[in-house]
Design a protein around this ligand. Sequence first.
Ligand code: GDP
Ligand code: ZN
Length: 459
Amino acid sequence: MTQDTIAAIATALGEGGISVIRVSGPQAIESVGGVLKSKQPLPEAATHTVTYGHIVDPASGETIEEVLVTVMKGPRSFTAEDVVEIGAHGGLIAVRKVLELVLRQPGVRVAEPGEFTKRAFLNGRIDLAQAEAVIDLIRSKSDRSYTVALKQAEGTLSKRIHALRHSLIELLAHIEVNIDYPEHDVEEMTSRYIQESCGAALDSIRKLLQTAAEGKILREGITTAIVGRPNVGKSSLLNALVQESKAIVTDIPGTTRDVIEEYVTLSGIPLRLLDTAGIRETTDVVERIGVERSRSAVAEAELLLLVLSHSEPLHEDERELLGKLRGRQVIVVVNKTDLPERLDLSEVRDALPESRIVPMSVLQEQGLDDLERAIRELFFEGQLESADLTYVSNARHISLLHRAADALRDAVDATDAGIPIDMVQLDVRAAWELLGEIVGDTAADSLIDQIFSQFCLGK
Ligand code: GDP
Ligand code: ZN
């Protein structure tokens, strides 16, 4: 099935301590062996062992790099093909030179972005949902979303989908038998069986979809805007959040640096703070970005942190803001509690009866824990810790699950209405196919190409 051998630098480009060149395909061992000088020739190395040696230009005899080469013979490798990984510790130029030499070997070409993972998929090592999780892993912005993606990469979601599809196949087989032997008793039993099976499948899908909202939050972060009048402490709060944050700062080649957002993670919940580019230079976001920009941030935000000052009476602008925020997810931060009280909160409570109010003194570092808790409760109702981690977080999966559920509901309705079961069978079959698209069993080539094109080079 696989043809040529592919090679690419698998680690992020830059001044890192070590770089890895990954080679996969039938020529992997031979091609690297052709440029490696080592005590034991590479083709004689046992699988999953490391060989020490030097990369030597066969044309000039020049030594390019000191390397450690790992051989993983298929199918026990990431792509299920023969894989060789060259660990080099030198700078970028040496690493490029090594790659160039390998690419000059017969049958080797440079890998497209995502091609290693695509081969793993095509060779049946992972399914499509797992491949997508690999993308999520590369991009994950917090420990928590990393865990979710990792679970998915390990196939937790896939297992559930396969179980669902298995139950539908059994149902389809049962219907098939019934179509061939249409006796009245059997038909009645089959109707009941259809309803039970579809009901159970619908139940599982509903549970999976329940986790979708949480999954999306964990993957993409809660889009958050900090709003309020000048001088209430917005920038101070932002800085405190950034300091508190335990975010993994990912260094993904290819992502732009000038995004106007900042990620912070509060006890595992990633917040995507809007329009915070340059925060560290100006320390004054909201004023800097101007009224227009902050308006669009307010419109886009899923969560609004409205900052008021404990030591000022409510201002006309704030009344107006309160009106605009009605019906939105708002947490009111009453800052500067270290100063004398001049704010009457009753008006705030009347305007936003649903919102939590968190007293805080950013200056004295008080109340940040309460804010974290409020955010947590708002989005997860305190269930995050015990939650099952089989999150459905991918928009494609969510939409397919919804469509599969629709098809199953149609099947149940049709059975209720006494519609002939060969018609019902079509709905069940549709559900089975839609679920198959999640794991890639029934996905079109164009979709598969599109998914893998999202990868960065060397993955
Ligand atoms: P912004 O204009 O809303 O961004 O407000 P800033 O964060 O720039 O803060 C305005 C002023 O309030 C600064 O002098 C801060 O040091 C001060 N400030 C911020 N938080 C507190 C607080 O909790 N207590 C007191 N007393 N002052 C604070
Ligand atoms: Zn400010």
